[in-house]
Ligand binder design. Sequence first.
Ligand SMILES: [Cu+2]
Length: 530
Amino acid sequence: MGGGYCSCGSLRSAGTLSRFRDPLPVPREKKPFYRSRGKSYYSLTMSQFRQSLHSELPETAVWGFDGTYPGPTIRVKEGELVFVQWNNALPEHHLLPVDHTVHGAGTGVPVVRTVTHVHGASVHPDSDGYPEAWFTKNFEQTGPFFTRKIYRYENRQQPCTLWYHDHALGITRLNVYAGLAGFYLIEPGSKDRRFNLPSGEYDIPLLIQDRSFNVDGSLYYTAQKGSPVEGPETTVVDMFFGDTNLVNGKVWPYLEVKPRKYRFRLLNGANSRVYTLYLDTGQPMYQIATDSGYREKPALLRNLTLAPAERAEVIVDFANMEGSQVVLRNSAPAPFPAGPLPDESTGTVMAFRVKGDPGGIDHFSIPEELNKVPPVSINDVCRTRYLTLDSAADRFGRDLMLLNKLTWDDPVTELPVLGTSEIWFFINLTGHTHPIHLHLVDFQITGRRAIDTEWFKEKGELKYTGPTQPADREEEGWKDTVRANPGEVTGVKARFVPFSGLFVWHCHILEHEDYEMMRPFIVIRPEENP
Ligand SMILES: [Cu+2]
């Protein structure tokens, strides 16, 4: 076996690892290697190395950027023109068991392929990280849609917390699980949007992921026993849930905080797990931003749910709490929303230890108004689309999830016109929630409505069984990923600007996106509209 994985069933029990043993790592910030007249140039390199993910575990072979997992944080300004060369210096063999029966991952393509997507970035299609624009070590081999080595990011969008991660067709779940992810933060271009929010050492990004380990410390990823396919074991599973939670690459870490306000940028970077996060002290988190920018006003929340790829920025005030420990916990069932509740291991995320004095006057504040988020209007909607989320079975009888009953290779069916607005209604006919992500655009949730799914499957008609429900509290504002819940129709309204061309929309459960729950879409220019 070429990689570092072990499928001998020597899974390490999560209960053998102590909680809150290691300090939270904060990814270092990447500096551009050249900056001139509002343009910045970066180069990041993916490689395999060993890193301690918990001090009671042997070092783990992981993949990362510039020798760290998660990769270094890229912090840019609104409107700054940024160029990034994403380099691949990974070994020839994959760290995890590749399944060659999955779309785009057949034996005819190199096993180790990468392509980096900045999730939520408004970019030209040639810099978006199209799943078939992959490349191998030193760009020796490239996928059919590869066009350029250096990606261009204009960052003409609201200040927000984005993240970069791998997006290679058929192996995204493995590349991200191995460690290929990091933060990409867009900061306000002008002072009036900076407010007086906690900054510097009081502004901390938290990448939350779940992982399982073998006894030798290596990452465990499912290999199916009794594979229906001849040859290597197949590894594509309906969902994958790890039995420990990591934050910024450490299992159940702790962070020493001062008794004052902190800004946390929460990102669910898990393959399949949904997190409902809360503080065990019952104290509030003041949410200030959603996926794609500031909320209109902060929201006082006791808990908030993030499906894979969703983000929320919150302010937590530890004032007058010297000497106490606050635990960030998870209460979301897996699968979501009707699976078993988390146990003590998967229900624990990290701890904050409040120590010392505030370190000066806490002059940071939670603003009353943050942004102008217009109410969702349907007056300018050019087109509505009804798109089903379906469960099916593949030729081997394995679970397979589809969008509109189509596969990745089927002809493109979503062709919005540049500059127009559309509402996409996701009709979820499966048994669990799928976080649906559209590249290029931000959107607002128009609402959710329960339907009779059996009726729909039989007659192909929508029979609503309840009134329209508005977005959840933590979803109010601009989003790029939305939870489509089972038995519901979920609507999102997006304006397709500013780039035309080929993009993708998909479920962000990585096991689903790797196995047909992803579709291309093309933003066409008005003159191309038939
Ligand atoms: Cu899905």
